[in-house]
Design a protein around this ligand. Structure first.
Ligand SMILES: CC(C)(COP(=O)(O)OP(=O)(O)OC[C@H]1O[C@@H](n2cnc3c(N)ncnc32)[C@H](O)[C@@H]1OP(=O)(O)O)[C@@H](O)C(=O)NCCC(=O)NCCS
Length: 214
């Protein structure tokens, strides 16, 4: 493990994956309801989880065109409950896309909103991105609600735009600009050490301070 990007909220620690995450990761990815609108098939084996986590060891946050995946852990008992990810767009390193997943038993508690809010704060305030986008299946109501709770704007609907798990799926696309985020959020008090601007050379780890929940 050569990366130490850690984001904190009141209840959560968002951190790089560790070896011990394989089991919870395989378990929630094997849940058909969790996987329903996601790219993987169930069951998702322990071997697949281990391989996936190993493949993350050489990834670096802020590398354009590459998804960077972080585990979400509840601080009070160090239980890994899900993950979130971002990808700096290859075509424009001032923009990113995000994704997120929670184990079913940790849904309905506000953890997803808390984690995604913190991720957005990192992207806008520490990586200084101009715009973040996300998409979800129009039937994925929990995801729609989460994206709207964190303040993202629904900007479009692509009707039956992808053949997904045996059916034509329609997608909502969401976006939010940095200046819109800053209008409704208090900026982080400090950034230590200084964060590199995202770009071709921004493949070194970025550290951030724990903050209050967003
Ligand atoms: C998308 C996903 C992360 C949303 O999870 P979620 O639990 O609904 O979202 P949150 O963790 O933010 O929890 C919000 C819910 O907890 C409730 N809640 C309970 N305690 C809360 C608290 N202390 N703070 C905030 N909300 C709280 C909220 O009222 C809300 O419930 P509601 O949606 O019935 O109104 C989850 O459904 C998931 O992992 N799905 C499978 C993977 C997936 O599809 N990912 C998205 C791909 S685009």
């Amino acid at each position: 493990m050569n990366l130490t990007l850690i984001l904190e909220t009141q209840r959560l620690r968002i951190r790089p994956f560790q070896e011990g995450d394989s089991e919870p990761f395989a378990t929630y990815r094997s849940d058909p309801l969790v996987a329903q609108y996601q790219s993987w098939e169930t069951p998702y084996t322990l071997k697949q989880a281990t391989h996936f986590i190993e493949s993350l060891q050489n990834s670096a946050p802020g590398t354009p065109g590459e998804w960077y995946q972080l585990a979400i852990e509840v601080k009070k008992d160090n239980i890994m409950i899900g993950d979130c990810a971002f990808c700096i767009l290859a075509e424009d390193p001032r923009q990113a896309e995000i994704g997120f997943t929670l184990a079913r038993s940790y849904q309905g508690l506000g953890y997803g909103t808390e984690a995604v809010g913190r991720l957005l704060q990192y992207l806008y305030e520490e990586l200084d991105l101009h715009r973040v986008r996300a998409n979800c299946d129009i039937d994925n109501i929990a995801s729609v609600k989460l994206l709207e709770r964190v303040g993202m704007r629904q900007e479009g609907c692509f009707v039956e735009s992808s053949w997904f798990k045996g059916r034509w799926s329609s997608e909502y696309w969401y976006g939010l600009l940095q200046r819109e985020w800053m209008q409704t959020h208090t900026p982080l008090p400090s950034k230590t050490p200084p964060t590199k601007k995202v770009g071709a050379s921004a493949n070194t780890p970025t550290f951030s301070n724990p903050v209050n929940p967003v």
